[in-house]
Design a protein around this ligand. Structure first.
Ligand SMILES: NC(=O)C1=CN([C@@H]2O[C@H](COP(=O)(O)OP(=O)(O)OC[C@H]3O[C@@H](n4cnc5c(N)ncnc54)[C@H](O)[C@@H]3O)[C@@H](O)[C@H]2O)C=CC1
Ligand SMILES: O=C(O)[C@@H]1CCC=N1
Length: 276
């Protein structure tokens, strides 16, 4: 592992979707592949990482990890305890950065031997540099280490720090899981469009273009999403017919309940799988 000026040497524990999104972003931004090592026991995925990124991939934790300044936890929460045990002898002085849903800083500190923990919650648009990540730093994390976490994640998109760790459960429910909510809406719109006679490709283009435009208009406007919606909704018009149908079905209340369910599940994941 070679050190880079901002990141130092970084070890990833788990080399799946999220690790690939972060690594891909860093390599595109100019970091050398030699700055990274990945522990990935699944041979097929390890081969993909070697081929796609030219990375050093280990099939199990080993002394090579002791050279890491930063350790990035990117395994499923359910596998955290099992994955952490063989890493622990080598990583106690490194900054620990976790993208795992639910697993709390205290559990990561206990399992790794390092109290310097930054928890992050990215999302899958990170794959194309348009992610939205929430971050929280534990008390032992220095300003320079916060900057290191920012440098690690900046190529994946936008970042937002939260002061209270429990707020990460809300971040997970909103932006971590959030892409799935919008994909679900796109799925439904494509289904309706094809039922109305459009081709699936036409319906998908219209739904995706509309989702992107609505998000961009909302982001650039000083008006609230509610006011922007009202401007589309002419009295006695088509949008009114659609929104009335959604309201009658309790759609807003369902979305609110769904986000609360996701936040509760994030907290449960920490309770269930965060004991190391
Ligand atoms: N997929 C998503 O939208 C998001 C996922 N996350 C979090 O990111 C984490 C990883 O999720 P994904 O990348 O989607 O999962 P993934 O399943 O694609 O990647 C996890 C990788 O860990 C590897 N692994 C399994 N056991 C291991 C061990 N003992 N040591 C090292 N590696 C091991 C697996 O082979 C797999 O390649 C999860 O904790 C999840 O909560 C966070 C934000 C968004
Ligand atoms: O569904 C999950 O548990 C992960 C965390 C946020 C997005 N995917």
């Amino acid at each position: 592992m070679n050190a880079t000026p901002t990141l130092g040497r970084t070890a990833f524990i788990g080399g799946g979707n999220m690790a690939s999104a972060v690594i891909g972003g860093l390599l595109r931004a100019g970091a050398p592949a030699e700055a990274f090592v990945v522990v990935e026991p699944w041979a097929e995925q390890a081969a993909r990482l070697r081929q796609q990124f030219g990375l050093t991939v280990l099939d199990a934790a080993g002394p090579a990890l002791s050279g890491a300044d930063t350790v990035v936890w990117a395994v499923k929460p359910q596998l955290f305890t099992e994955a952490a045990a063989p890493c622990a002898p080598f990583i106690g002085s490194a900054l620990q950065i976790s993208v795992m849903a639910g697993i709390r800083s205290e559990a990561i500190a206990r399992a790794s031997g390092s109290a310097q923990v930054v928890r992050c919650m990215p999302n899958t648009p990170a794959l194309i540099g348009q992610g939205m990540t929430g971050l929280h730093a534990s008390a032992a994390v220095s300003a320079a280490q916060r900057q290191r976490a920012e440098a690690l994640l900046a190529p994946t998109g936008r970042l937002l720090w939260v002061d209270a760790e429990r707020d990460l459960d809300a971040v997970t429910a909103l932006s971590g899981s959030g892409p799935a909510y919008f994909f679900y809406l796109i799925e439904a719109m494509v289904q309706a469009g094809t039922e109305l006679g459009l081709s699936p490709a036409q319906a998908r283009t219209l739904a995706e273009g509309t989702a992107a435009g609505a998000a961009a208009l909302s982001a650039q406007s000083e008006d609230s999403p509610e006011l922007l919606r009202q401007r589309v909704t002419s009295k006695g018009g088509t949008t009114h017919a659609a929104i009335s149908t959604m309201e009658a079905a309790g759609m807003k209340a369902t979305v609110v309940a769904a986000v609360h369910a996701a936040a509760r599940r994030a907290a449960e994941l920490g309770d269930e799988f965060g004991r190391a």
